[in-house]
Design a protein around this ligand. Structure first.
Ligand code: SAM
Length: 238
């Protein structure tokens, strides 16, 4: 598939022949399973390559900018069928990725995909992200957190920031116009111990799809009363 070759070249993905085969296998698995239960509204291969693969790979440059040279550990919150976490893992095998979703069927699919692709260094965790943030084994453990299409930024930050180490980075994937959402989350970000480094806007390659990534860095320990439980988060978002 020529479009996929161009996307891999654009993002300078290493071992493109191997990675391409894994992406084709992953795409076929998702599109096949999608006929049985709803994973994605995108059913055509070109749409899949741009809106799922290229969109996920757009995070590579942010990871490379912030990566201290050690093998980073990342969590993808509300990963669904593995986007962006599993896609990034395929392109950059040195990352250890925890794919998190609260939906059991989606987690089962991610387990199936991981097995079928034969990828090590991927864990699937079926729970709500706010529950993970209160468990010692996950709290302040991650170098990176990712989230795409999960919730508003102020709510997402209460999920993501407690999970980050100090110095860790949350990459929130958003649509082009995200300034108001970002402004609305500023207080939450500060209370949780982080700050917005920047908002980067771009167009995905081989398309006119506009996107933003909000780059948020954790500076201090998150106060122990966060994350609150689901009921409180929903009733009174930060
Ligand atoms: C619209 S889907 C997006 C999936 C994927 N990130 C993507 O971009 O295609 C949102 C996902 O977030 C999950 N989710 C929502 N709230 C969550 C929470 N608090 N913790 C973990 N997963 C959550 C849902 O189960 C769902 O699979």
């Amino acid at each position: 598939m020529e479009l996929l070759d161009r996307i891999l070249e654009y993002y300078r993905v290493k071992n493109p022949l191997v990675v391409k085969q894994l992406f084709l296998k992953y795409m076929n698995l998702v599109l096949k399973k999608n006929k049985l239960f709803n994973l994605t509204a995108i059913e055509d291969e070109e749409g899949f390559v741009i809106k799922h693969i290229a969109d996920s790979l757009s995070l590579l440059k942010f990871i490379e900018e912030e990566d201290s040279g050690k093998n980073p550990v990342a969590i993808d919150i509300g990963s669904g069928f593995g986007v962006p976490g599993l896609v990034l893992k395929i392109a950059k095998p040195s990352i250890t990725v925890f794919l998190n979703d609260s939906n059991r069927k989606k987690c089962n699919f991610m387990m199936e995909a991981k097995e079928s692709l034969g990828i090590a260094g991927v864990e699937v965790i079926c729970d709500r992200a706010e529950n993970l943030g209160r468990k010692e084994v996950f709290r302040e453990r991650f170098d990176f957190a990712f989230a795409r299409a999960v919730d508003k930024l102020n709510v997402l930050c209460e999920y993501a920031i407690p999970l980050l180490k100090i110095g860790g980075v949350f990459l929130a994937q958003k649509g082009y116009d995200c300034e108001d959402e970002c402004e609305n989350a500023k207080e939450a970000i500060d209370v949780l111990g982080a700050e917005v480094l920047r908002i980067e806007k771009f167009v995905l390659p081989c398309s006119d799809e506009k996107r933003s990534v909000i780059v948020i860095k954790k500076l201090r320990q998150t106060p122990s009363n966060f994350p609150r439980n689901t009921k409180q988060i929903v009733k009174k978002p930060l």
